[in-house]
Design a protein around this ligand. Sequence first.
Ligand code: PLP
Length: 375
Amino acid sequence: MQFRDLIKQYNVLKPEIDRAMVETAASGGYIMGKAVKELEASLAEYVGVKHCVSCANGTDALTLALKVWNIGAGDAVFVPDFTFFASAEVISLEGATPVFVDVDPDTFNMDPVHLETCIKRVIKEGKLNPKVIITVDLFGLPANYPAIRKLADQYKLLILEDAAQGFGGAIDNKRACSFGDIATTSFFPAKPLGCYGDGGAVFTDNDEWATLLDSYRVHGKGSFKYDNVRIGVNSRLDTLQAAILQPKFKAFKDYEVADINKAASYYTEKLKGVVKTPLIPQGYYSSWAQYTITLRNNQEREGLQAFLKEKGIPTMVYYPKPMHEQTAYKDLNYPKGSCPATEALCQTVLSLPIHPYISKEEIESVCEAIKEYFS
Ligand SMILES: Cc1ncc(COP(=O)(O)O)c(C=O)c1O
């Protein structure tokens, strides 16, 4: 059994993907070719925003957004303590300071109550200027935007939605990547919509920011290619990756998101009363980048993971270490207990195999093995 079976997906989509790759090779338009513009237009339409600017990966997508907003030294950027390192790393790369916010233990997403506590603390200390909230749509579930948008308005902060894992999710039919003032995603192969290498995209309704994003991703280009009007980066999405994403995006829209939701519901039904399963609040829709259960303690988690491994069932721990405990952030001196929900989750979460092509029998065998462990 595969944790996320990308080869199964390739075998289903092989004719379209092979054609896309061969056509790109024959076209000669390897950089910013036709497929890039076409993909950007179709992604923007799906998400329901005006602009999509593709780029080289999800980390660059976040960096480009921070550059557009001129975030740097002296600025505070609020970010969940429970996320992949890139969500925080980009803040430090721009010279700003990450402020780690605890998460809700049921949804795994940023806790708005702790967010407000952190904002107030930063204002009171008076050392940093609060500027941006990076929300993360963790494991495919959109963050609590109704509550976080209220706080952003109240404290005049911008929202950067990190939907690297969240593409395809929604709240009341409004899609992920449309909640932030700027939103980003990643096309890393194992993401809900993945390519065959690295890729990413930035979304916004703001015309001026879209123009800046387009400039920053190509060395800060001006209207004339060889007059560079700002310091930018080289972060384009390859035509080949855009071409591969086109048939994958069609499958994603046509059935993959629906099928992975069926798989997740089946897991939840089978695991009811056995372990704590993920909570999807009313009106929310997840694209299930991960299906993550929570055990009662670390010993139980480690024991179950080892037991499943023996049976050939792959699992992953996302994430084993809070941001504030990362070695790279030791100078920020966060004491133990700063983000208690995150600290507990890092000891107890376990992600199970899930993807749109997983069979009912595979899910049943995972659930049977979990039940056997607890019996
Ligand atoms: C929450 C989150 N943010 C950002 C990233 C960075 O994306 P990429 O690997 O495409 O740079 C990832 C990817 O792993 C992620 O999970």
